[in-house]
Design a protein around this ligand. Structure first.
Ligand code: NAP
Length: 308
């Protein structure tokens, strides 16, 4: 059975960059991605903080450029989900949908997925008024009233995108200050005729039988309760790691993100992590690319012992 030098899991910017670095170093690479490459960045209308694009760049466009770069090389691609990693001493077995692969190193770049509020009705009304992606679903709410929940960069950025489409947008945040960058906060304030911040407020229940109808809100300072009729609800309350297949014994932080050192090494020899699934302060395309490059390079150095 073929032994790959590395198996990279995930097709977002971290995975693409790790594959690129390993291929350029001359190693054999298997690349597993359950959907099409790109990851979360495909859902971003404009990335304004990726150096080299002073006017911003569309998520699709950036991924296309990354893939065009990778097209100079030939990783063996597996369009399948990973279900398990069995960690060995010098080689590891990774189970995909229809086969098992063996690799000397594994770089986990499987990213993160949207955190849910965890309220009754939330799951039932997804696609019936509730969404986790403004770019995908914003058009359904043209000239209607929507709410966005969250106070981070995702909530602010997506609210700014939605404000161009909807009639009225309530930006509901549980504290009195937003967590997101000032540049986005300023833009939100500038759109005061469209975006109404609803601060110190949490959603206590979601109403609707077939489609979303309204929210029950509670002000956490005054305990005042109110009902808010809306057509759409966009939830951006952070992310959680996407890695049901992660091996036992892999060190993770309290939220489940993988702990690494500065070289992207995990506590398990030959296993690396990069991008949004890693425990870190700042989850952006820029940092994902940096993580991928570091992981690819660190794995290359580790692999030298097998090619002496
Ligand atoms: P985030 O920064 O973790 O923010 C999550 C927000 O949701 C916080 O405001 C948090 O409130 C709130 N929240 C969490 N759980 C909640 C709950 N159960 N009910 C109500 N509110 C809740 O997540 P994010 O905005 O998705 O961003 C994730 C990472 O991606 C960040 O590092 C961010 O900077 C990055 N990002 C960057 C860009 C960009 O630079 N263009 C765009 C998008 C995302 P508290 O503030 O009270 O904790």
């Amino acid at each position: 059975m073929k032994i790959y030098d590395s198996l990279v899991i995930g097709g977002g910017p971290a995975g693409i960059t790790a594959v690129l670095y390993l291929m350029r170093a001359g190693y054999s690479v298997a690349w597993a991605e359950q959907l099409s490459p790109g990851g979360q960045v495909l859902l971003t209308e404009s990335i304004d903080n990726y150096p080299g694009f002073p006017d911003g760049v569309n998520g699709w466009e950036l991924v296309e450029k990354m893939l065009a770069h990778l097209a100079h090389y030939s990783p063996e691609r597996y369009n399948q989900a990973v279900s398990a990693i069995e960690v060995g001493t010098e080689q590891h077995t990774v189970t995909l949908e229809t086969e098992q692969l063996i690799a000397r190193t594994v770089i986990i770049c499987s990213g993160a997925t949207h955190r849910k509020l965890g309220l009754p009705n939330e799951q039932k009304l997804v696609g019936r008024g509730i969404s986790y992606c403004a770019l995908c679903d914003g058009n359904f709410f043209k000239n209607q009233d929507v709410a966005v929940i969250g106070g981070g960069n995702s909530a602010l950025e997506e609210a700014l995108y939605l404000a161009k489409l909807v009639r009225k947008l309530y930006l509901i945040h549980r504290r009195d200050v937003f967590r997101g960058d000032k540049v986005y906060q300023d833009k939100v304030l500038f759109l005061a005729d469209k975006i109404e911040p609803v601060l110190n407020t949490v959603v206590t229940s979601i109403h609707g039988d077939d489609v979303l109808e309204s929210l029950s809100l509670c002000n956490v300072q005054t305990q005042e309760k109110r009902e808010l009729k809306i057509d759409g609800l966009f939830i951006f309350v952070g992310f959680e790691p996407q890695g049901q297949f992660l091996p036992a014994g892999l060190a993770r932080d309290p939220l489940g993100f993988i702990s690494t050192d500065a070289e992207m090494r995990t506590n398990l020899s030959g296993i690396y992590a990069a991008g949004d699934i890693r425990s870190k302060l700042c989850r952006q395309v820029t940092t994902a690319v940096g993580d991928g490059a570091t992981a690819g390079h660190a794995a290359s150095i580790y692999l030298e012992q097998f090619h002496a």
